[in-house]
Design a protein around this ligand. Structure first.
Ligand SMILES: C[S@@+](CC[C@H](N)C(=O)[O-])C[C@H]1O[C@@H](n2cnc3c(N)ncnc32)[C@H](O)[C@@H]1O
Length: 209
C-alpha cells in the first residue's frame, strides 16, 4: 500500500492544521520554542517536517544546523525553497524514518511531533537514536485519544481522510517502555489540552553519554 502521506498536498495539510477549530499549529510552535529555550541546541532534526514546521522557531532561537526528514518529497522541495540560506546548514532527507536513515551527523535535539501516530514505534526510535548526539535530547509529541472527538479532526481538506487508514494513537507508556529499552532516559512528561479539548502528550528524553 502506498503511504497516504505521499498523496496529500502540502496546502491541504497546512490548511487543515491552521483551521481555528483544529488549532494545532500554534501549540506545536509554542512547545518547540519552549524546548529550544530550555535545551540550547546548535543542531536540530525535525522528524516529519512537512513544509518546514518548526523551522521558524529554530531560526529565531539561533539554531545553526537544521535537518528535516519527511517521506513526502514535494514537502521537502518546499521546505528547501522556504528556508534556503537562513541557517548555516540546512539538510533535508526524503526517507521513511522506520528504515535505516542515510548517514546524518548526530544532532543536539530531535523534535518528533505527531509522527509516531503513523510509524512503527520501535523501528523509528532505533533510527532516531542513531542521529541523536550522546547527551542530546529527543522530544516526542503524541496525540492522545479523546472520547467523542475523531482522531483526524473534521476538515474541508478531504485528502486528509486517507490518514484514518494508517493512523494509530500510541499510548505514551508504549513510547516510554520502548525508548527505555533502546537507551533513552525520560526527563519529563506533560499533557497539553487544546481549546478543542484534544489532548497531547509531550515527553522529553535524553540520550546518556
Ligand atoms: C501529522 S504530520 C506532522 C508534521 C509536523 N511534525 C507537525 O508537527 O506539524 C506528519 C508528517 O510526517 C510525515 N511522515 C509520515 N510518515 C512518515 C515516515 N514513515 N517517515 C518520514 N516521514 C513521515 C508526513 O509526510 C508529514 O509531513
Amino acid at each position: 500500500m502506498n503511504n497516504p502521506w505521499k498523496e496529500i498536498p502540502l496546502s491541504d495539510y497546512e490548511g487543515h492544521m491552521t483551521l481555528p477549530e483544529v488549532g494545532q499549529s500554534s501549540m506545536l510552535a509554542d512547545e518547540f520554542t519552549n524546548l529550544l529555550k530550555t535545551y540550547r541546541s546548535n543542531s536540530v532534526a525535525v522528524i516529519g517536517c512537512a513544509g518546514g514546521n518548526g523551522f521558524d522557531e529554530a531560526f529565531q532561537s539561533g539554531v545553526e544546523r537544521i535537518v528535516g526528514i519527511d517521506i513526502n518529497h514535494d514537502y521537502l522541495v518546499e521546505t528547501k525553497s522556504r528556508y534556503e540560506g537562513k541557517f548555516s546548514e540546512l539538510d533535508v532527507y526524503c526517507a521513511n524514518v522506520e528504515d535505516e536513515l542515510p548517514d546524518i551527523s548526530p544532532v543536539d535535539m530531535i523534535y518528533a511531533a505527531l509522527i509516531f501516530e503513523y510509524v512503527d514505534v520501535k523501528k523509528t526510535l532505533s533510527s532516531l537514536k542513531k542521529i541523536c548526539k550522546k547527551g542530546g535530547v529527543l522530544a516526542v509529541l503524541l496525540q492522545l485519544p479523546k472520547e467523542g472527538l475523531s482522531n483526524v479532526s473534521p476538515s474541508p481538506f478531504t485528502s486528509l481522510g486517507q490518514l484514518t487508514s494508517i493512523m494509530r494513537l500510541v499510548p505514551p507508556s508504549e513510547i516510554r517502555e520502548l525508548a527505555k529499552d533502546i537507551g533513552f532516559s525520560l526527563e519529563s512528561e506533560k499533557t497539553i489540552t487544546l481549546k478543542s479539548q484534544k489532548e497531547f502528550s509531550l515527553q522529553i528524553y535524553s540520550l546518556p553519554d
